[in-house]
Write a protein of this length. Structure first.
Length: 173
């Protein structure tokens, strides 16, 4: 009979996953405080079902799925389809992959519809395939591809081809 994971294993999951979960949440909602709240809520939900986890190696994916589902609920409750967060971003340069280092991109992402934003973040920041993104969001592969294409076209309009190259497309499986 498989054993339930320990609290120490959950603590290790939190420490290992926090940076990635936070970056994803921040890119999804565009607000540092809300991103922290989303990650904490997702991790609390993960912990609530921790005793049923049978494969600790799959736990980071479960936590990410929980985060995306929590963010989706957050968008619904707050009706953020037409709103753009106006968080003041620092002027300092951040490490590679740090969303704070690219305030124009974060602001442009905030103008996308929630599903388009989620698809772009999962595909290009989390480097998930079309199939993985579709599974995580509960949508079809074709929807992921069309949402990615539409989102990249909008980002190109806002940011220019130098920031979002025309060669960047929704073809990676």
């Amino acid at each position: 009979m498989p054993r339930s994971p320990s609290d120490d294993e959950f603590t290790a999951l939190v420490h290992a996953s926090w940076p990635s979960l936070y970056r994803t949440a921040y890119l999804l909602v565009g607000d540092r405080g809300e991103a922290e709240d989303l990650v904490q809520t997702a991790l609390a939900k993960t912990y609530a079902s921790w005793s049923s986890v049978r494969d600790v190696a799959a736990a980071p994916g479960y936590a990410r799925t929980t985060l995306v589902n929590t963010a989706t609920s957050w968008f619904r409750r707050r009706s953020w389809n037409a709103e753009s967060p106006r968080d003041v971003l620092p002027e300092r340069a951040g490490p590679v992959g740090d969303p704070d280092a690219r305030p124009l991109l974060v602001a442009a992402l905030a103008t996308l519809a929630p599903r388009q934003r989620a698809v772009v973040v999962l595909r290009y920041y989390e480097d998930l395939s079309v199939a993985e993104t579709a599974r995580l969001l509960g949508i079809g592969d074709g929807t992921v591809k069309s949402q990615t294409s539409d989102a990249l076209a909008r980002l190109r309009t806002q940011l220019g081809d130098a920031v979002v190259p025309s060669s960047l497309g929704a073809t990676r499986d």
